[in-house]
Design a protein around this ligand. Structure first.
Ligand code: ATP
Ligand code: MG
Length: 356
């Protein structure tokens, strides 16, 4: 297959880690006889330095015409970088938000996976994690409380604030479909998380999820209240495959889920929409404190590239080949400094890329 990949190396460690992902993609292209065309665009701090804005219209146009976007990380040290002297709409993060909006990426996908080799970093008890866990959180990204109408005003001498939580049937249906599609590529279980004992939006959410579920008879569906889910993530994370939830619940649960793996530097993410175009990036930030030193862990970015192959290009075997390679390199004892432990072999960012 022939695919056009837009590459945004970004700021901080972005260029170093993306270069490793490209190495791995090139190896895949060679082995499986694909052609990947890469086109670099700027976003974030690098774009501010070059064009004075965090994202240009030209860059958006190029991204829209691509098959997928691979992103390193954007932003710098918020205390010292001149980018943060600019007004909020001109700062690096505004570029990322604009790109998400322009591409219509309404679903955020974040895996939480426990590597057998890195188990000692997991804060959960061993009997809970025996056999490992492997879940995917699908978070709605463009609706709900964070985008509802809001206001703070004075009523009868005191300040009163409100935030509106709104979801339409259409918004719920499209994310639910995406969630079930993902589950079909995995262990075929969806846990839909809501607060249907209290909220109308959650009751609508549940109804629509059940409707969508009818089109996926192979997928097992369960509904869980968000407070219970927060507890279950710590109590028994092995029960989950795909967790499907709205914006705010997903924000909170995805941070919780990544913490229980114990190695946040290893976690990828994807932002998706109805068609195959998606944007793929590591869950971590630009790590300005270690930029340019060739010591960053490139695995989260390489795993993001694997997600790109699976979800945007339907290259399941190729994605699996990358994941297996990472597992193998970890098993052989190679570690970047952030995941280093006694008796293991410390390697640089670029060496890790070579090994994988
Ligand atoms: P964000 O930009 O999302 O707000 P943040 O500022 O909270 O992120 P990061 O930029 O992810 O945080 O960095 C947090 C810490 O983790 C830093 O000390 C950084 O060096 C380290 N870190 C982040 N990513 C990596 C990586 N890939 N390899 C090694 N260390 C990393
Ligand atoms: Mg940061």
């Amino acid at each position: 297959m022939e695919k056009n990949i837009v590459v945004i190396k970004g700021d901080g460690i972005g260029p170093e880690i993306v270069n490793q992902a490209i190495k791995v993609l090139d190896a895949i292209a060679c082995q499986y006889k694909h052609t990947f065309h890469y086109q670099n665009i700027l976003m974030g701090g690098a774009s501010i330095d070059e064009y004075g804005v965090p994202l240009t219209d030209e860059a958006i146009k190029i991204a829209k015409a691509s098959d997928a976007v691979l992103l390193g990380s954007i932003g710098g040290d918020t205390n010292t970088s001149p980018w943060y002297q600019l007004e909020p709409s001109l700062r690096p993060e505004a570029g990322l938000l604009k790109m998400r909006k322009e591409l219509g990426l309404f679903a955020n996908l974040r895996p939480a996976y426990l590597y057998d080799e890195l188990k000692s970093a997991c804060p959960l008890k061993e009997e809970i994690t025996e056999g490992g866990f492997d879940m995917m959180i699908m978070r709605e990204l463009t609706g709900g409380l964070y985008f509802g109408e809001r206001e703070t005003k004075e009523i009868d001498g005191q300040m009163v604030a409100h935030d509106n939580l709104v979801y339409s049937e259409k918004e719920i249906r499209r994310i639910a479909k995406r969630g079930f599609d993902i589950a079909m590529k995995r262990r075929k279980k969806v846990t839909s998380v809501d607060k249907a004992n209290v909220l109308d939006t959650s009751r609508l959410w549940r109804k629509i999820v059940n409707e969508v579920a009818k089109d996926y008879p192979e997928v097992e569906v369960e509904h869980m209240l968000v407070d219970n889910c927060a507890m279950q993530l710590v109590k028994d994370p092995r029960q989950f495959d795909v967790i499907l939830t709205e914006n705010m619940f997903g924000d909170i649960l995805s941070d919780e889920a990544s913490m229980v793996t114990g190695s946040i530097g290893m976690l990828s993410s994807a932002s998706l929409r109805e068609d195959k175009l998606g944007m793929y990036e590591p869950s971590h930030g630009s790590a300005p404190d270690i930029a340019g030193k060739d010591i960053a862990n490139p695995i989260a970015t390489i795993l993001s590239a694997a997600m790109m192959l699976r979800y945007s290009f339907d290259m399941d075997d190729e994605a699996k080949a990358i994941e297996d390679a990472i597992e193998k390199v970890l098993k052989a004892g190679y570690r970047t400094v952030d995941i280093m432990s006694e008796g293991k072999q410390q390697v640089t960012c670029s060496k890790m890329g070579d090994l994988i």
